[in-house]
Design a protein around this ligand. Structure first.
Ligand SMILES: [Zn+2]
Length: 300
């Protein structure tokens, strides 16, 4: 065999080895690439609407996703702020189209300064109500530092999150109880409707009783307090599912037995963040499915 032939054989062998290595490597790399893609599409490109009732203990925080658009209603207590930021970043969120602080109590706007500091926000809504707490001032400071104006929703104002339509049913100034300044929203996606009530009491329920408040999923007012969820309100809203955002062994004894009984009498399926963890409702506009996950977001 001449030296030339030997070189040829060695070169051919090297090419074969190189092809083999490439094939083996790509076989291992492909599934990883694929699974990343699947994860990504689950995070951002899903065709369904997702509503996360986040387990933040005795507080509220609700994330709504329609494809690549996100909306946040409330941000838990002060100690939940950083955990929420981390969780939202893990979902791939960089921007919220809307952020809503339903009313200026700590268990709803506690983590809001962290949210404002960490994400782009197109519109921030709050009621025309002020309070002198440090928590409320930190929200105003965070908005100010970002040069972000807040909006007070107009009655019956409608906004959209991709294919979801959201209507503001209520918000008022803080002359009365701060709970009753709560922004109340109804979201419609296909045939499915969600009602978000903040901490609105029976006073607000009475005010909006003649509006179209029918819904499939009701976020029960004020953590299941006895001052919300009146019989007539349940009759008019007529939900199939009720979500109670509440902390384990909370001092308010929420949710109250009488509220739970009213829901039970109407055969409404109840999900509770203290028992179920984070509750995720997914709908294609025709069906709604629920999944629950134990998270470490619990603010206790
Ligand atoms: Zn509350």
């Amino acid at each position: 065999m001449s030296k030339r032939d030997l070189r040829k054989i060695i070169t051919s062998l090297m090419i074969i080895v190189a092809i083999c290595i490439t094939t083996v490597l790509s076989t291992f790399l492909e599934p990883t690439k694929g699974s990343e893609k699947t994860q990504e599409s689950m995070k951002i490109e899903g065709d369904n609407l997702k509503v996360y009732f986040l387990d933040v203990g005795q507080a509220d925080s609700i994330l709504i996703q329609d494809k690549n658009e996100f909306m946040l209603i409330d941000a838990g207590n002060n100690e939940d702020g950083e955990k929420l930021v981390e969780y939202f970043k893990s979902l791939g969120i960089t921007k919220f189209k809307y952020v809503i602080g339903t009313h200026p109590h700590e268990d709803h706007i506690g983590g809001m300064d962290n949210i404002i500091n960490n994400f782009d926000i197109e519109k921030y809504y709050m009621p025309d109500a002020i309070t002198t707490t440090k928590t409320f001032e930190s929200v105003l400071d965070a908005l100010g530092n970002k040069n972000l104006q807040f909006d007070v929703p107009k009655e019956d104002e409608v906004i959209t999150l991709n294919n979801a339509t959201i209507k503001f049913l209520h918000s008022e100034d803080g002359k009365s109880d701060l709970n009753d300044t709560s922004i109340v929203l109804k979201m419609t996606y296909g045939n499915k409707k969600f009602l978000f009530t903040g901490d609105a009491t029976s006073n607000v329920e009475k005010k909006i009783i003649n509006k179209d408040i029918s819904c499939d999923v009701l976020k029960v007012g004020h953590h299941g307090s006895q001052y919300s969820t009146t019989e007539i309100f349940l009759e008019k809203t007529d939900p199939i599912y009720a979500i109670i955002s509440v902390g384990k062994n909370n001092t308010y004894k929420h949710p109250r037995e009488e509220t739970l009984n009213k829901l039970k009498e109407r055969n409404i399926k109840v999900y509770r963040t203290d028992q179920d963890g984070t509750i995720i409702a997914t709908t294609d506009g025709e069906e709604i499915k629920f999944e629950t996950i134990k998270t470490d977001l619990d603010g206790e």
